[in-house]
Design a protein around this ligand. Structure first.
Ligand SMILES: *Cc1c(COP(=O)(O)O)cnc(C)c1O
Length: 368
C-alpha cells in the first residue's frame, strides 16, 4: 500500500532542500531581511510573467485583496458580489476595506455564476470579485460585461490561479487588479505566508505600495495611513527561484490532472473537473483537483484506508454557511456542491504512479 498524503509538506521541502539552503545562506549572509533586492527582483519577474505593469509583494493574498479594494476606491457600505464557493478570505478582504460582501451561487463549473451575479446587482452594488478557483479562470467575458454594464469595480481573487488563462489572458491581469497567495500549499508556495498584488493601474499600484508599508514613500515621507504587510525578503528569494522553473510545475500538475481525467472519465458516480485540453478558452493549472462524488464520505474513508489523503475545502462550508458571519441567503447549487465535493491529492510531490494508484482506488470503490 502507498502512503499519499493530501499535501506532503515535508517532501515539498526535501525535494528542494539544497536550493533552499543555498538561498537561506546567501540572503542571511547579506543581512537582507525587509524590502530588499530579492523582493524587488521577484516583483519584476512576477509582473513580467503575469504580463502586467506592476507587481507588489505583500504579506499574504488576504491583505493584497484588502489593499486592492481600498486602492480602487471602495467606500463604506458599498456592496461587492462574490461567489460563496471561495475561501472566507475573499469576503474578509471586502469587509475590512469597509464593504459589504454579497455571496452568490456558483454555476455548473463551480465558479461564480454570471447570471446569479447579475441578479444580485442592486443600488448599492459597487464591486464584483470573480474567484479563479482551483486554478481555473471564470468566464471573464461575462464578468467583464457585468462590471461594464453596472459600472462596478472588478477585482480578481487569483490566489489559486498563477499561470491560469482565459483566452490567453492571464489570471491577475483582469479588472483593477488581482492578488496571488504563496501559502505553502499554493501553486507557487513559500515557506510561510506570502502574497502579491498585480495590476496595470499605476494609481492602484501606488496606493498598494503605500498601504503595505506604513504609508511611506520612497523619499521617507508618510503620504497617508498605512499598515504593515510586506512580502518577507527571504520568502521572496525562495519564490523567485521557483518562479524561474514555474513552467515545469504547471506541466506536472496538468499531466497529473490528465491521468485522473483519463482513468476516471468513465466512472459515472464522479463528476470531474474539465480535463487539461477540454476547452481551448481555458488553460487550467490545477491548484486543486476537486470533484463531485456520490457517497462522498464513504469514498473518502475508502481512500484513507488505502493510504490516500483527501481534503474537503474550507471545512465543507461555503462563505454564507458560516453562521457567525451573519449571512441570511440560501444558495442551493453551492450548498449541494459542498455535500459532494472532494479534493484528490495533486501537487508536484506526486508521481504519475501515485496518481494512477489514487484513480485505481476510486475505481475499486465504485466496483470498476
Ligand atoms: C489561499 C486563498 C486566499 C488567501 O490567501 P492568503 O495568502 O492565505 O491570505 C484567498 N482566496 C483564495 C481563493 C484562496 O485560496
Amino acid at each position: 500500500m502507498r502512503e499519499i498524503p493530501f499535501f506532503n509538506y515535508r517532501k515539498a521541502f526535501a525535494d528542494q532542500q539544497d536550493a533552499f539552503t543555498t538561498i537561506f545562506h546567501d540572503v542571511l549572509g547579506r543581512g537582507a531581511y525587509i524590502l530588499q533586492r530579492d523582493m524587488v527582483d521577484f516583483e519584476r519577474h512576477l509582473g513580467a510573467y503575469v504580463g502586467v505593469t506592476h507587481a507588489l509583494g505583500v504579506g499574504n493574498a488576504t491583505d493584497g485583496l484588502h489593499f486592492l479594494w481600498r486602492a480602487a476606491g471602495l467606500r463604506p457600505g458599498d456592496e461587492v458580489i462574490l461567489p460563496s464557493h471561495t475561501m472566507v478570505a475573499t469576503a474578509a478582504a471586502i469587509h475590512f476595506a469597509g464593504g459589504v460582501p454579497v455571496p452568490v451561487d456558483c454555476g455548473p463549473d463551480h465558479l461564480l455564476d454570471p447570471a446569479a451575479a447579475e441578479a444580485a446587482v442592486g443600488p448599492r452594488t459597487r464591486g464584483i470579485c470573480p474567484v479563479q478557483l482551483n486554478g481555473r479562470v471564470c468566464d471573464m467575458d461575462a464578468v467583464e460585461r457585468i462590471a461594464r454594464t453596472h459600472d462596478l469595480i472588478l477585482i480578481e481573487d487569483s490566489a489559486q490561479a498563477l499561470g491560469a488563462k482565459w483566452k490567453d489572458r492571464q489570471a491577475g491581469s483582469f479588472g483593477r487588479g488581482g492578488a496571488f497567495s504563496f501559502y505553502p500549499a499554493k501553486l507557487l508556495g513559500c515557506l510561510g505566508d506570502g502574497g502579491a498584488v498585480t495590476t496595470n493601474d499605476a494609481a492602484v499600484a501606488r496606493e498598494v505600495y503605500l498601504l503595505r508599508d506604513h504609508g511611506r514613500t520612497p523619499e521617507g515621507d508618510v503620504a497617508g495611513w498605512g499598515l504593515n504587510s510586506r512580502l518577507d525578503n527571504l520568502q521572496a528569494a525562495f519564490l523567485d527561484a521557483q518562479l524561474a522553473d514555474y513552467g515545469a510545475i504547471i506541466a506536472t500538475r496538468r499531466r497529473l490532472a490528465g491521468i485522473y481525467d483519463e482513468m476516471l472519465g468513465d466512472v459515472a458516480e464522479v463528476m470531474l473537473p474539465p480535463g487539461p485540453d477540454a476547452d481551448p478558452d481555458h488553460f487550467d493549472v490545477y491548484q486543486n483537483y476537486e470533484l463531485e462524488a456520490d457517497r462522498r464520505d464513504e469514498l473518502r474513508a475508502h481512500l484513507k484506508a488505502h493510504g490516500v489523503g483527501t481534503h474537503i475545502q474550507w471545512g465543507g462550508k461555503a462563505v454564507h454557511q458560516f453562521a457567525a458571519l451573519g449571512f441570511a441567503v440560501r444558495l442551493p447549487n453551492t450548498e449541494r456542491f459542498f455535500t459532494r465535493a472532494l479534493m484528490l491529492p495533486l501537487n508536484t510531490t506526486l508521481s504519475d504512479d501515485d496518481a494512477r494508484y489514487v484513480a485505481e482506488a476510486i475505481r475499486g470503490f465504485y466496483g470498476r
